[in-house]
Write a protein that binds this ligand. Structure first.
Ligand code: PMT
Length: 428
């Protein structure tokens, strides 16, 4: 992507506003033309002279200044990219509602440029159902949401809600700009691409802001549940439908990745664009994953794998008359596929596992996740609670993603597709 673009940096009223100065500076140093639109609250945290000196442009706040030049829409119309950092809970709510009661709101509504926001707030505000719903709405419209991270907040407290570091925000913003440039050139080059996009629920469901950012990546995903045969008609299995794995595959394809989907007994259709490799048992899944992982950049184990299989598979149907009132089965351990893939990881490859746990206490659930990521040795672990109505087969999911050290790097809830998008954001 060439430098020298027109970037609008929106700054809203949170303490992290002081860090926005570094974001402005990073764009200026790239040679971009940077225009700061600050809310009045933002200017209580960081001074206008600082922002004007660093951006080398006047800083605008007032909706009723520059009326003759129709400034309330002109700034947005001229933008190649808009970055709002920090984005407070209040601003996120306004954006979700499309409110335009200040210059920043007008600028954003009047723009067709990619929009990147970096939320910053206290953990309780970030976890609030209203904020969650508003963020989800913005994601579904293609807004790229960077962070928030987890760590020390303004006071003595720590948790999720800390604004991502400026260099992370700038990198994500430039990726969004590059993806938007790519999408524009793809669309211009091919009417077919446009009609494919229009026809694709996946694209409409929130990848527009991320389009093309996984281009060139080879991703192997396992989905569904393994079945371990007891005899020609029965098996030991689990309730995985494959929805979460398939959502990952759909989202990855829509973002430009080439995807191998190792599919264990899916109850939902696989996307047409994947290289589909159907499997039945854990042993088959193990073989298929080992082969596919050899030249993969990313390996994701979303499948629910049987930990045990029957020691013996009977060649004929087991008869009640032969077994009596009770039937004893001897089971033997299956290999831990994820641990094997993590151990055999080639340099630069990213291995992501899942953890399905029924623990209802969030802290104990987190402890189980941390123990599991350490045991499996993967780069990330997607921790989800499962039960009769949660996780398995449902349309929604709620996850915490842990890195290899057990730190929470993402918290996400919503449709399985939106959760998939958040997980894939790790790979940009
Ligand atoms: O398919 P859905 O209906 O949409 O449901 C989604 C899901 C709940 C199945 C999915 O989100 C999920 O949690 N998948 C992992 C299920 C699982 O097997 O979790 P686990 O905690 O038992 O295993 C941990 C990790 O090790 C998983 O990545 C699993 O794929 C892997 N594993 C497990 C056992 C084994 N023998 N080999 C493995 O590689």
């Amino acid at each position: 992507m060439s430098s020298g673009r027109t970037i609008v940096v929106g700054i809203t009223g949170g303490i992290a506003a002081y860090k926005a100065v570094n974001i402005v500076r990073a764009f200026v140093l790239r040679g971009d033309s940077v225009h700061v639109v600050a809310t009045t609250a933002a200017l209580r945290f960081v001074g206008k002279p600082t922002l004007e000196a660093i951006s080398r442009n006047p800083v605008h706040t007032d909706l009723y200044e520059g009326v003759a030049e129709v400034r309330h829409v002109a700034i947005g119309q001229s933008a190649d990219l808009i970055v709002v950092a920090p984005a407070t809970a209040h601003t996120i709510a306004k954006l979700a509602c499309g409110l335009a009661d200040d210059l920043l709101g007008n600028t954003i509504l009047a723009s067709t440029a990619p929009l990147v926001i970096a939320p910053a707030m206290h953990t309780e505000m970030w976890n609030n159902a209203a904020t969650r719903a508003n963020v989800q709405t913005l994601r579904e419209r293609g807004v790229v949401v960077v962070g928030p991270g987890t760590g020390r907040l303004t006071g003595a407290d720590s948790g999720a809600g800390r604004m991502e570091e400026p260099d992370t925000i700038v990198a994500a913003a430039l990726a969004a700009l590059a993806a938007s440039d790519l999408a524009a050139s793809d669309l211009a080059a091919s009417d077919l691409a446009a009609s494919d996009l229009a026809a694709s629920d996946t694209a409409a469901a929130g990848v527009a802001g991320n389009l093309g950012d996984l281009r060139g990546k080879r991703i192997v995903i396992s989905a569904g549940g393994t079945r371990e045969p007891l005899d020609p008609v029965r098996f030991l299995g689990n309730r995985s439908s494959g929805k979460q794995g398939v959502a990952l595959a759909e989202a990855a394809v829509a973002r430009g990745a080439s995807v191998v989907l190792v599919a264990a007994n899916l109850e939902v259709p696989a996307p047409e664009q994947v290289d589909l490799r159907p499997v039945g048992t854990a042993a088959e899944l193990d073989r298929a994953m080992s082969i596919a992982a050899v030249d993969a950049d990313v390996v994701i184990m979303a499948a629910a794998v049987a930990d045990y299989r029957p020691a013996e598979v009977r060649p004929e149907k087991i008869k009640k008359d032969d077994t009596g009132d009770t039937l004893m089965l001897t089971l033997v351990r299956n290999p831990d596929i994820l641990a094997g893939l993590a151990a055999a990881k080639k340099p630069g490859q990213v291995v992501i596992g899942f953890a399905a746990e029924t623990e209802s206490d969030p802290d104990r659930l987190l402890t189980l996740g941390r123990e599991k990521v350490a045991r499996k040795g993967c780069d990330y672990l997607v921790l989800n609670r499962v039960g009769w109505t949660e996780g398995f087969a449902s349309e929604r999911n709620e996850v915490r993603v842990l890195d290899g050290r057990g730190d929470i790097v993402i918290e996400a809830s919503g449709s399985k597709l939106s959760v998939a998008e958040r997980i894939l954001d790790l790979l940009r």
